[in-house]
Design a protein around this ligand. Structure first.
Ligand code: NAG
Ligand code: NAG
Ligand code: NAG
Length: 171
């Protein structure tokens, strides 16, 4: 009997390990800083992530844990909100300033850590402080974990589309 229990425990441990093995820790660094852009002959200094607008696209698989180190080199307070992510047991990583965290001050950094569970598709991340969300944003693409299917017909092709409303009055 004890031997059977031991065998069952071993099998369960192996099962647990194999499901952990299919999930990865995906690590990224976001450098939030000034970016000079020209639009219709007009030069403007905006705040952006890693010098690009939109910011970097993050790609993960369902079950992965995301670690995003946000380094604030901008002159403004900032937080990042992971729009639409369920944040199961990680509500503190959700990002709204003064709700789940104090803003990340200029010259400071903060690491968001959360696991993406039970959702697939394309979401987005954006600043959640004052008007910075107008330029601090990017796509978050969640694919099914290995061996699993999309909960909708598999896309033929993917083209993330991000609309930009660069006007503080839209706040
Ligand atoms: C953003 O820039 C930093 C610093 O150059 C770099 O280490 C990091 O890999 C970049 N992150 C992304 C998501 O591209
Ligand atoms: C970033 O832009 C702001 C607003 O234009 C400006 O006050 C600040 O000096 C700039 N910072 C750096 C490091 O260039
Ligand atoms: C920036 O955030 C800090 C808390 O992290 C807060 O004390 C400070 O008042 C904020 N500054 C501005 C200009 O909102």
């Amino acid at each position: 009997m004890a031997r059977l229990e031991f065998a069952i425990t071993c099998a369960l441990t192996l099962l647990a390990l194999s499901s952990v093995a299919s999930a990865a820790i995906v690590e990224h660094t976001f450098q939030v800083k000034n970016l000079t852009v020209s639009k219709l002959c007009h030069r403007q200094v905006i705040t952006a992530v890693n010098g690009s607008l939109p910011g970097p696209t993050i790609r993960v698989k369902e079950g992965d844990t995301l670690h995003v180190h946000v380094v604030n080199e901008s002159p403004y307070n900032v937080t990042i909100h992971w729009h639409g992510v369920f944040q199961l047991m990680s509500g503190w990583a959700d990002g709204p300033s003064y709700m789940t965290q104090c803003p990340i001050r200029p010259g400071s950094s903060y690491t968001y850590r959360f696991t993406i569970t039970k959702q697939e598709g394309t979401l987005w991340w954006h600043a959640h402080v004052s008007w910075l969300r107008a330029t601090v944003y990017g796509a978050l693409v969640i694919r099914p974990r290995s061996g699993h299917k999309y909960p909708f017909p598999k896309p033929h092709r993917e083209v993330p589309i991000l609309l930009d409303a660069r006007s503080p009055s839209l706040e």
